[in-house]
Design a protein around this ligand. Structure first.
Ligand code: BGC
Length: 266
Protein backbone atom coordinates (compact mmCIF):
# COMPACT_ATOMS: atom_id res chain seq x y z
CA UNK A 1 0.00 0.00 0.00
CA UNK A 2 1.53 3.27 -1.16
CA UNK A 3 0.32 6.29 0.79
CA UNK A 4 0.79 9.78 -0.61
CA UNK A 5 -0.43 13.01 0.96
CA UNK A 6 1.01 15.17 -1.85
CA UNK A 7 -0.75 18.55 -2.22
CA UNK A 8 -2.38 18.19 1.19
CA UNK A 9 -1.93 20.53 4.13
CA UNK A 10 -1.80 19.17 7.67
CA UNK A 11 -1.90 21.03 10.96
CA UNK A 12 -0.59 19.18 14.02
CA UNK A 13 -1.15 20.76 17.43
CA UNK A 14 1.35 20.21 20.20
CA UNK A 15 3.98 19.19 17.67
CA UNK A 16 7.17 20.54 19.27
CA UNK A 17 7.86 17.14 20.87
CA UNK A 18 6.61 13.61 21.42
CA UNK A 19 3.73 12.12 19.45
CA UNK A 20 2.92 15.45 17.79
CA UNK A 21 6.46 15.90 16.46
CA UNK A 22 6.53 12.31 15.23
CA UNK A 23 3.18 12.77 13.48
CA UNK A 24 4.33 16.02 11.84
CA UNK A 25 7.49 14.33 10.53
CA UNK A 26 5.60 11.33 9.18
CA UNK A 27 2.95 13.49 7.47
CA UNK A 28 5.71 15.56 5.86
CA UNK A 29 7.51 12.41 4.72
CA UNK A 30 4.24 11.32 3.07
CA UNK A 31 4.20 14.59 1.10
CA UNK A 32 1.96 16.91 3.13
CA UNK A 33 2.84 20.51 3.91
CA UNK A 34 2.82 20.67 7.68
CA UNK A 35 2.03 23.31 10.28
CA UNK A 36 3.85 22.52 13.49
CA UNK A 37 1.92 24.13 16.33
CA UNK A 38 3.59 24.67 19.69
CA UNK A 39 2.60 26.46 22.86
CA UNK A 40 5.74 27.33 24.82
CA UNK A 41 8.55 25.45 23.05
CA UNK A 42 9.31 27.57 20.00
CA UNK A 43 12.87 26.34 19.51
CA UNK A 44 12.28 22.61 18.92
CA UNK A 45 9.25 23.43 16.78
CA UNK A 46 11.31 25.78 14.59
CA UNK A 47 14.10 23.19 14.43
CA UNK A 48 11.65 20.52 13.27
CA UNK A 49 10.28 22.87 10.59
CA UNK A 50 13.85 23.55 9.40
CA UNK A 51 14.64 19.84 9.34
CA UNK A 52 11.56 19.12 7.19
CA UNK A 53 12.29 22.03 4.82
CA UNK A 54 15.97 21.01 4.50
CA UNK A 55 14.97 17.51 3.46
CA UNK A 56 12.73 18.78 0.67
CA UNK A 57 9.41 19.03 2.55
CA UNK A 58 7.33 22.04 3.47
CA UNK A 59 6.71 23.10 7.06
CA UNK A 60 6.26 26.11 9.30
CA UNK A 61 6.00 26.45 13.07
CA UNK A 62 3.22 28.55 14.62
CA UNK A 63 2.83 29.31 18.32
CA UNK A 64 -0.68 29.17 19.81
CA UNK A 65 -2.32 28.03 23.03
CA UNK A 66 -5.10 25.71 21.88
CA UNK A 67 -7.16 26.39 24.99
CA UNK A 68 -7.57 30.04 23.92
CA UNK A 69 -10.16 30.83 21.27
CA UNK A 70 -8.33 33.83 19.80
CA UNK A 71 -5.06 31.86 19.55
CA UNK A 72 -6.82 29.03 17.72
CA UNK A 73 -8.51 31.39 15.29
CA UNK A 74 -5.14 33.01 14.53
CA UNK A 75 -3.45 29.60 14.15
CA UNK A 76 -5.92 28.49 11.47
CA UNK A 77 -5.87 31.87 9.70
CA UNK A 78 -2.05 31.76 9.57
CA UNK A 79 -2.22 28.20 8.24
CA UNK A 80 -4.40 29.33 5.33
CA UNK A 81 -2.15 32.35 4.74
CA UNK A 82 0.90 30.11 4.52
CA UNK A 83 -0.43 27.17 2.52
CA UNK A 84 -3.83 28.19 1.11
CA UNK A 85 -5.73 25.07 2.22
CA UNK A 86 -6.26 22.73 5.14
CA UNK A 87 -6.92 19.03 4.60
CA UNK A 88 -5.82 17.32 7.81
CA UNK A 89 -6.03 18.31 11.47
CA UNK A 90 -4.26 16.25 14.10
CA UNK A 91 -5.69 17.56 17.38
CA UNK A 92 -2.87 16.31 19.52
CA UNK A 93 -2.01 18.87 22.22
CA UNK A 94 -2.29 17.26 25.61
CA UNK A 95 -0.92 17.50 29.12
CA UNK A 96 -1.03 15.87 32.53
CA UNK A 97 -1.22 17.58 35.93
CA UNK A 98 -1.49 14.60 38.22
CA UNK A 99 -2.82 14.57 41.77
CA UNK A 100 -5.23 12.58 43.90
CA UNK A 101 -8.72 14.03 43.53
CA UNK A 102 -8.77 15.26 47.13
CA UNK A 103 -5.59 17.24 46.49
CA UNK A 104 -6.32 18.43 42.97
CA UNK A 105 -6.70 22.18 42.57
CA UNK A 106 -9.44 23.63 40.42
CA UNK A 107 -6.72 25.39 38.42
CA UNK A 108 -5.12 22.03 37.51
CA UNK A 109 -8.50 20.50 36.67
CA UNK A 110 -9.37 23.47 34.43
CA UNK A 111 -6.00 23.61 32.72
CA UNK A 112 -6.04 19.94 31.70
CA UNK A 113 -9.65 20.05 30.54
CA UNK A 114 -8.87 23.35 28.78
CA UNK A 115 -5.97 21.99 26.73
CA UNK A 116 -7.00 18.35 26.27
CA UNK A 117 -10.73 18.75 25.66
CA UNK A 118 -11.70 22.37 24.99
CA UNK A 119 -8.56 22.74 22.87
CA UNK A 120 -9.61 19.79 20.69
CA UNK A 121 -13.10 21.28 20.34
CA UNK A 122 -11.80 24.72 19.33
CA UNK A 123 -9.39 23.25 16.78
CA UNK A 124 -11.99 20.85 15.36
CA UNK A 125 -14.51 23.69 15.04
CA UNK A 126 -12.00 25.86 13.18
CA UNK A 127 -11.05 22.96 10.88
CA UNK A 128 -14.71 22.10 10.19
CA UNK A 129 -15.43 25.68 9.16
CA UNK A 130 -12.58 25.52 6.65
CA UNK A 131 -13.44 22.02 5.37
CA UNK A 132 -17.08 23.00 4.85
CA UNK A 133 -16.11 26.02 2.77
CA UNK A 134 -13.40 24.20 0.87
CA UNK A 135 -15.37 21.06 -0.04
CA UNK A 136 -13.71 18.12 -1.74
CA UNK A 137 -10.50 19.04 -3.54
CA UNK A 138 -10.72 16.86 -6.66
CA UNK A 139 -7.60 14.81 -7.29
CA UNK A 140 -6.25 15.57 -3.81
CA UNK A 141 -8.39 13.46 -1.47
CA UNK A 142 -11.71 11.62 -1.51
CA UNK A 143 -12.73 13.43 1.70
CA UNK A 144 -13.44 17.11 2.26
CA UNK A 145 -11.17 17.00 5.29
CA UNK A 146 -9.88 14.66 7.96
CA UNK A 147 -9.58 15.15 11.71
CA UNK A 148 -7.62 12.84 13.98
CA UNK A 149 -8.25 13.34 17.68
CA UNK A 150 -5.38 12.16 19.88
CA UNK A 151 -6.97 10.43 22.83
CA UNK A 152 -5.57 7.80 25.20
CA UNK A 153 -6.30 4.33 26.51
CA UNK A 154 -7.62 6.37 29.45
CA UNK A 155 -10.70 7.27 27.44
CA UNK A 156 -11.66 3.73 28.49
CA UNK A 157 -9.42 2.76 31.43
CA UNK A 158 -10.09 4.68 34.66
CA UNK A 159 -6.85 6.12 36.10
CA UNK A 160 -6.61 6.86 39.81
CA UNK A 161 -4.57 9.97 40.54
CA UNK A 162 -5.27 11.39 37.08
CA UNK A 163 -8.95 12.27 37.18
CA UNK A 164 -8.60 15.46 35.12
CA UNK A 165 -6.67 13.63 32.41
CA UNK A 166 -8.96 10.57 32.26
CA UNK A 167 -12.08 12.77 32.23
CA UNK A 168 -10.61 14.87 29.40
CA UNK A 169 -9.90 11.78 27.30
CA UNK A 170 -13.34 10.29 27.98
CA UNK A 171 -14.63 13.62 26.70
CA UNK A 172 -12.43 13.42 23.61
CA UNK A 173 -14.04 10.10 22.71
CA UNK A 174 -17.56 11.58 22.74
CA UNK A 175 -16.35 14.79 21.08
CA UNK A 176 -14.90 12.70 18.25
CA UNK A 177 -17.96 10.44 17.84
CA UNK A 178 -20.47 13.27 18.02
CA UNK A 179 -18.60 15.40 15.50
CA UNK A 180 -18.26 12.40 13.19
CA UNK A 181 -22.01 11.76 13.42
CA UNK A 182 -22.64 15.46 12.73
CA UNK A 183 -20.45 16.00 9.65
CA UNK A 184 -19.76 12.66 7.97
CA UNK A 185 -22.43 13.27 5.33
CA UNK A 186 -20.35 16.25 4.23
CA UNK A 187 -17.54 13.78 3.50
CA UNK A 188 -15.51 14.98 6.45
CA UNK A 189 -13.81 12.06 8.15
CA UNK A 190 -13.17 12.15 11.89
CA UNK A 191 -11.44 9.45 13.92
CA UNK A 192 -9.45 9.05 17.11
CA UNK A 193 -6.25 7.35 18.19
CA UNK A 194 -5.92 6.00 21.71
CA UNK A 195 -2.23 5.48 22.47
CA UNK A 196 -1.12 3.40 25.41
CA UNK A 197 2.29 3.89 27.01
CA UNK A 198 4.37 5.61 24.33
CA UNK A 199 7.84 6.70 25.35
CA UNK A 200 7.69 10.55 25.44
CA UNK A 201 8.38 13.38 27.90
CA UNK A 202 4.89 13.02 29.41
CA UNK A 203 5.72 9.64 30.99
CA UNK A 204 9.51 9.65 31.23
CA UNK A 205 9.45 8.69 34.93
CA UNK A 206 7.26 5.64 34.21
CA UNK A 207 9.08 4.40 31.12
CA UNK A 208 12.66 4.26 32.43
CA UNK A 209 14.50 1.87 34.79
CA UNK A 210 12.55 -0.20 37.37
CA UNK A 211 9.36 1.72 36.68
CA UNK A 212 9.49 0.49 33.08
CA UNK A 213 9.50 -3.14 34.32
CA UNK A 214 6.38 -2.44 36.34
CA UNK A 215 4.72 -0.73 33.40
CA UNK A 216 5.45 -3.74 31.18
CA UNK A 217 3.16 -5.86 33.39
CA UNK A 218 0.32 -3.84 31.86
CA UNK A 219 1.43 -4.42 28.25
CA UNK A 220 0.81 -7.96 26.93
CA UNK A 221 2.82 -7.30 23.78
CA UNK A 222 5.90 -6.83 25.95
CA UNK A 223 7.31 -3.49 24.92
CA UNK A 224 6.73 0.19 25.54
CA UNK A 225 5.52 1.98 22.43
CA UNK A 226 7.47 4.36 20.22
CA UNK A 227 6.28 7.60 18.68
CA UNK A 228 6.49 5.93 15.25
CA UNK A 229 3.87 3.37 16.31
CA UNK A 230 1.43 6.26 16.49
CA UNK A 231 2.83 8.39 13.64
CA UNK A 232 2.29 5.67 11.04
CA UNK A 233 -1.36 5.33 12.12
CA UNK A 234 -1.82 9.09 11.85
CA UNK A 235 -0.64 8.96 8.23
CA UNK A 236 -2.96 6.04 7.51
CA UNK A 237 -6.01 7.73 9.08
CA UNK A 238 -5.20 10.95 7.22
CA UNK A 239 -5.02 9.19 3.87
CA UNK A 240 -7.58 7.78 1.45
CA UNK A 241 -6.33 4.29 2.42
CA UNK A 242 -8.70 4.66 5.39
CA UNK A 243 -11.52 6.33 3.43
CA UNK A 244 -14.24 4.10 4.91
CA UNK A 245 -13.06 4.49 8.51
CA UNK A 246 -15.40 6.99 10.13
CA UNK A 247 -15.96 7.84 13.78
CA UNK A 248 -13.84 5.13 15.31
CA UNK A 249 -10.92 5.03 17.72
CA UNK A 250 -7.84 3.02 16.94
CA UNK A 251 -6.26 1.69 20.14
CA UNK A 252 -2.48 1.48 19.72
CA UNK A 253 -1.33 0.14 23.04
CA UNK A 254 0.36 -3.27 22.78
CA UNK A 255 -2.80 -4.73 24.31
CA UNK A 256 -2.93 -2.50 27.39
CA UNK A 257 -6.69 -2.03 26.99
CA UNK A 258 -7.20 -5.82 27.13
CA UNK A 259 -6.98 -5.62 30.96
CA UNK A 260 -4.04 -8.10 31.22
CA UNK A 261 -4.37 -8.11 35.05
CA UNK A 262 -7.30 -10.47 34.44
CA UNK A 263 -5.09 -13.20 32.93
CA UNK A 264 -5.55 -16.12 35.35
CA UNK A 265 -7.52 -13.89 37.70
CA UNK A 266 -11.12 -12.81 38.21
C1 BGC B 1 -0.48 8.89 29.33
C2 BGC B 1 0.83 8.27 29.73
C3 BGC B 1 0.61 6.85 30.19
C4 BGC B 1 -0.24 6.06 29.21
C5 BGC B 1 -0.60 4.69 29.74
C6 BGC B 1 -1.15 8.02 28.31
O1 BGC B 1 -2.32 8.59 27.86
O2 BGC B 1 -0.26 10.20 28.82
O3 BGC B 1 1.44 9.02 30.76
O4 BGC B 1 1.86 6.20 30.34
O5 BGC B 1 -1.42 6.77 28.91
O6 BGC B 1 -1.11 4.70 31.04
Amino acid sequence: MQISLEQQVALVTGASSGIGAGAAKALAAAGAAVVINYNSQAEPAEALARQINDSGGRAIAIGADVSKEEDVERLFAQTLDAFGFLDILVANSGMQKDAKAVDMSLADWNQVIGVNLTGQFLCARAALRIFTQQGIREGVSKAAGKIIHMSSVHQRIPWAGHVNYAASKGGVDMLMQTLAQEVSQQKIRINGIAPGAIRTAINRAETEGDAAQKLLELIPYGRIGDVDDIASAVVFLASDASDYIVGTTLFIDGGMSLYPEFRGNG
